[in-house]
Design a protein around this ligand. Structure first.
Ligand code: UGA
Length: 441
């Protein structure tokens, strides 16, 4: 944990937007020693956070939130007026995919910048952390110039690379800090705010706006590309009789490739990778870079095809149809250690099986409430064993470690048919087969 700043070095920091990114950023800024006010227009969220309750699941964050609030270094508000005095502002609002388009919806970002610029009373820097297409920071700089007195407000871009499930660690010990700035003043302020992290050895890169914006979307697109690449290889392996897991391991020994993000299976989801790949595709298309756009588009296409392939394998295990079959789905979250179900591959497959006539019973260690809110038509069970009772097929679709360690012998006694589909390649096939199960992955 970086050593917190002493009083004279503390800054007044404002954070606009208290989703995963904003809440984690606000807490980590307070943890570094700054005086932080976090603002969101959603009253319910702010009420919960003020009571030290997280509106989402994130390991380790609740403890730090309480610590910072109790130390008086972090408070929450629903009013822009309460953040106008800060030395530096961070915009952490969401940029979801626009309905009916591949582009990101930038309305919340635009509002945050203009609302802040209208209120600031002294020179300050508004730093964008949200993931945006290249060109946004320049537009925001023009917009704030129209709102604030000359030279009062500068814009900087400082993308965030935190992963859900590891958010605290990623925020306090990032791999790198990227400062997209136009002036030494903005760079100095960013260096001051991140000082304990920089002193801990974190590399800093100072770039122009567009590069800073693109680092983020290209990092996510590269990760997505690795996943789609190994999933494309999985298809070639299936067709040739080769084994994709040893293939991934062999590739991973090459330092230039690396083993991470080469786990084949149901593919990527969540609030970030899918929308960032699509936004970069939209950007390449707008720029008239057709070959580049085609290349990026295939990452998404291959990824989505994994959901169909998983459904097909399940159908085969059920003898050709989901109709009137009872199916246990293990996992609702888009990945382990989160309750986030945005664009969750597991949930998408469960809903598709339900639409094909299956009676789906789902279990997830933490994401059941999030899933139930948007898909009440699915049945939810509190334990793996109750979810598996009298089912014709068990589908493992999110790779929680709880599921990896399941005992096939124990489940044999509760299911109707011993069929298991390992959508994440995390079970040990021999263990399941020797317990009498038909195993597919
Ligand atoms: C991702 C990036 O990893 C972060 O660096 C980035 O800051 C964040 O998006 C963001 O833009 O805010 P996250 O969405 O939390 O973080 O999820 P990842 O850990 O990247 O996983 C994404 C998806 O890929 C998950 O559905 C996961 O199950 C899947 N995945 C991952 C695979 O299918 N195979 C793999 O080998 C690895």
């Amino acid at each position: 944990m970086p050593r917190p700043l002493e009083a004279p070095d503390r800054l007044r920091v404002s954070v606009v937007g208290t989703g995963y990114l904003g809440t984690t950023h606000a807490v980590s800024m307070a943890q570094l020693g700054h005086d932080v006010v976090a603002m969101d227009i959603e009253q319910e969220k702010i009420a919960m956070l003020s009571e030290c309750e997280l509106p989402f699941f994130e390991p380790g964050l609740a403890e730090l939130l309480r610590k910072c609030v109790e130390a008086g270094r972090l408070r929450f508000t629903t009013s822009y007026d309460d953040v106008s005095e800060a030395d530096i502002h961070f915009v952490c609002v969401g940029t979801p995919q626009l309905h009916g388009s591949f582009n990101a919806d930038l309305r919340l970002v635009e509002t945050a910048f203009t609302e802040l610029a209208r209120r600031v009373t002294r020179p300050t820097v508004i730093v964008g952390k949200s993931t945006v297409p290249a060109g946004t920071a320049r537009r925001m700089a023009d917009a704030v110039r129209r709102q604030a007195a000359d030279g009062q407000v500068e814009v900087a871009w400082n993308p965030e690379f935190l992963r859900e499930g590891h958010a605290v660690e990623d925020a306090l010990r990032p791999d790198r800090l990227i400062f997209g700035v136009r002036s030494p003043r903005a760079e100095r302020l960013l260096r001051a705010v991140y000082r304990p992290i920089i002193e801990g050895g974190c590399p800093v890169m100072v770039t122009d706006y567009a590069t800073a914006e693109l680092v983020k979307v290209s990092a996510n697109t590269f990760l997505a590309m690795k996943i789609s690449f190994i999933n494309a290889m999985a298809q070639i392996c299936e067709a040739t009789g080769a084994a994709v897991l040893p293939l991934a391991e062999a590739l991973g020994y090459d330092d230039r490739i690396g083993r991470r993000f080469l786990s084949p299976g149901l593919g990527f989801g969540g609030g970030c990778l899918p929308k960032d790949v699509r936004a970069l595709y939209a950007c390449a298309t707008d720029l008239g870079l057709d070959d580049v756009a085609t290349f990026i588009r295939q990452i998404d296409v291959i990824n989505l095809s994994r959901r169909d392939r998983t459904l097909t394998l399940g159908r085969e295990l059920l003898g050709g149809s989901y109709a009137r079959k009872r199916v246990c789905v293990l996992g609702a979250a888009f990945k382990p250690n989160t309750d986030d179900v945005r664009d969750s591959p597991a949930l998408a497959v469960a809903v598709a099986a339900h639409r094909e006539g299956a009676q789906v019973v789902m279990h997830d260690p933490v994401a059941m409430n999030s899933a139930r809110r948007i898909h009440p038509e699915i049945e939810y069970a509190d334990t793996v064993v109750t979810a598996a009772r009298e089912v014709d097929l068990v589908m493992l679709l999110t790779d929680w470690t709880d599921f990896e360690d399941m005992d096939p012998a124990l489940l044999s006694g509760v299911v109707r048919s011993r069929n298991v589909l390992d959508g994440r390649n995390v079970l040990t096939p021999e263990r399941w087969r020797s317990a009498g199960w038909t195993y597919r992955a």
